[in-house]
Write a protein that binds this ligand. Structure first.
Ligand SMILES: [Ca+2]
Ligand SMILES: [Ca+2]
Ligand SMILES: [Ca+2]
Ligand SMILES: [Ca+2]
Length: 261
């Protein structure tokens, strides 16, 4: 009888131990942390993941996996890696192996989002930016464009001539009798060469041609920049003296500008 009781005790104990061990294994937790958001710099972002919510203890190991991503230590609870712009899904596999029972694993995923929310920096300037005298001649204009972006390479920034306009009518009062004062400007393309007429109304304060360029990065952020070409009303400055007229171009420059119309 005593032997029978002992036998049953051993059986129950063994069953309980077995249940306890298997339920412990089934409770392996993988926690890859909260989804991460980071701003882009030079097309990428370095981030540290947080798997510290996962099971920790003897016999528990970790492995982080993501397509194309190299971690500094993919077996760490808090590995660091460089992520590209956009969404990257990362999986954390937590494995428990007590050396006797079958290996138990758990898996969790986290989304890493690297965003570019910063528009490009755009500077544009017209050359020449002042026309004189107002003799109604068309002048070749070249626009210098300087564009950069915190995230994207310069060659990946889309630049277009968004619009071009004059502050005066094409053929208004006191400006002679010419039409088409802006020529050779193709908006919605990266057109940096066109012609404008050296002309202004004698009844106004001077004419300004405004060419607006628009830079768009790969994430759709946009910046506008304006290149101005001025035709002054006259050559007097505010003190009433007369300044020198715009220097004439050198023969080399004239050759550069000349082309069939
Ligand atoms: Ca940007
Ligand atoms: Ca006119
Ligand atoms: Ca005109
Ligand atoms: Ca053009």
């Amino acid at each position: 009888m005593a032997n029978g009781k002992l036998h049953r005790f051993v059986l129950v104990f063994s069953l309980c131990f077995s249940l306890t061990a298997s339920s412990a294994l089934a409770q392996v937790i993988a926690d890859a942390g909260d989804d991460l958001d980071a701003p882009c710099a030079a097309g990428e972002a370095e981030l540290t993941l947080d798997g510290t919510g996962s099971s920790i203890g003897a016999g528990i190991t970790y492995e982080w996996v993501a397509d194309g991503i190299v971690f500094n230590d993919e077996t760490s609870l808090t590995p660091t890696a460089v992520f590209p712009v956009g969404d990257t899904e990362v999986a954390l596999v937590v494995t428990e192996d007590d050396g006797v029972n079958p290996v138990e694993t758990a898996e969790d995923t986290v989304i890493v989002t690297v965003s570019d929310n910063t528009p490009p920096v755009l500077q544009v300037s017209a050359d020449p930016s002042k026309l004189w005298p107002p003799n109604h001649e068309l002048h070749d204009i070249t626009v210098d464009v300087d564009v950069s972006d915190e995230c994207d390479a310069e060659e990946d920034i889309d630049v277009i001539l968004y619009s071009i306009s004059s502050s005066e009518p094409d053929n208004g009062r006191g400006d002679g009798n010419t039409d088409n004062d802006i020529q050779g400007a193709d908006t919605d393309t990266d057109d940096r060469e066109f012609q404008v007429r050296a002309e202004r109304s004698g009844k106004r304060s001077g004419r300004i041609y405004t060419a607006i360029y628009r830079a768009t990065d790969l994430s759709g952020n946009q910046t506008d920049g304006a290149a101005l070409i001025r035709v002054a009303h006259d050559q007097r400055n505010k003190r009433g003296s007369t300044s020198n007229p715009t220097p004439k171009r050198t023969p080399k420059q004239r050759g550069r500008w000349s082309r069939p119309r």
